[in-house]
Design a protein around this ligand. Structure first.
Ligand SMILES: [Zn+2]
Length: 278
């Protein structure tokens, strides 16, 4: 069933588990992800980032996401990941997304507040939830120590914008890691204690099991997973093509569905969101 982000994250926040937010770029991706969620009785978030629009246009993906969510037996949130402008968030709202992220983390604090607030007011009027980001989630190879989310700023930000979920920077990185990142769990605990709202971890692919567990037990309720799915699917495609001289297109589609299901299932178990819905 189609749900809002708050509906899904409320239980995760109360019972200390994480819900995976999986970036899906194809029909096979979506089918595999929802099969995993249904098999494991887990809520799930399907998401698409604005930078992915060239390969997966928003207007084409929205009906797929929404129809898949509506016919699913588990709660599904359809979320815009890293919306870069008010206009993009408005497009996602109009198409029926139940949650949007406005990413103003690169902006100065006051400008991030102002722009996030505009999106939040529009979204609230439409009954849609909003995720925002404070602090800078690093990119692979960049030192992130000086860009961790500040605790006091997080309180001011949440109060000023009224967002439903906040993505924080605690040493997490986007993309494929060369080294396993060390997350600052102490900072996470401080942010969680100062704010009641569900927190979000971006750059989930490649984090250690211990850090994932520490995150979900200390306030992280939504974890974004993109790179791990893409790598999992490519690995299975390569294996299949090495094993067989000629692979047909249709069997290859099934390989992609299966790989997507396996990677998503693995993360659902890791985040402990399995068996949370009947
Ligand atoms: Zn992100």
């Amino acid at each position: 069933m189609l749900c809002t982000l708050s509906e899904i994250l409320r239980d995760a926040n109360e019972r200390h588990y994480g819900v995976g937010a999986f970036n899906c770029l194809s029909l096979e991706n979506v089918m595999g992800a929802l099969e995993a969620a249904e098999e494991l009785h887990s809520p799930i978030i399907l998401q698409l980032a604005e930078v992915q629009f060239p390969e997966a246009p928003l207007e084409l993906m929205a009906p797929l996401f929404l129809r898949a969510a509506e016919r699913s037996s588990v709660p599904v949130c359809v979320h815009l990941d890293h919306g870069q402008s008010f206009e993009t968030c408005a497009r996602a709202l109009r198409l029926g997304f139940t949650s949007v992220m406005f990413d103003g983390a690169a902006l100065p604090f006051d400008e991030n507040v102002r722009n996030t607030l505009l999106v939040a007011r529009m979204a609230k009027a439409a009954g849609v939830d909003v995720e925002a980001e404070l602090g800078r989630v690093g990119d692979s190879g960049v030192d992130t120590a000086d860009v961790f989310t500040d605790v006091e700023e997080s309180v001011r930000f949440v109060e000023a914008t009224g967002v439903d979920a906040l993505a924080i920077a605690i040493g997490n990185l986007h993309g494929h890691y060369i080294h396993t990142p060390q997350l600052n769990i102490r900072r996470l605990i401080e942010i969680h204690e100062a704010n009641q709202l569900p927190l979000v971890l971006h750059g989930g692919s490649g984090t250690s099991v211990e850090d994932f567990k520490a995150c979900i037990h200390n306030g992280i309720c939504k974890i974004n997973v993109a790179t791990a799915i893409q790598r999992g699917i490519m690995k299975r495609i390569c294996q299949r093509m090495e094993a067989e001289a000629e692979v047909g297109y249709i069997p290859l589609k099934q390989v992609m569905i299966d790989a997507s299901r396996e990677v998503v299932a693995e993360h659902i178990r890791l985040f402990e969101s399995n068996d949370r819905v009947s």
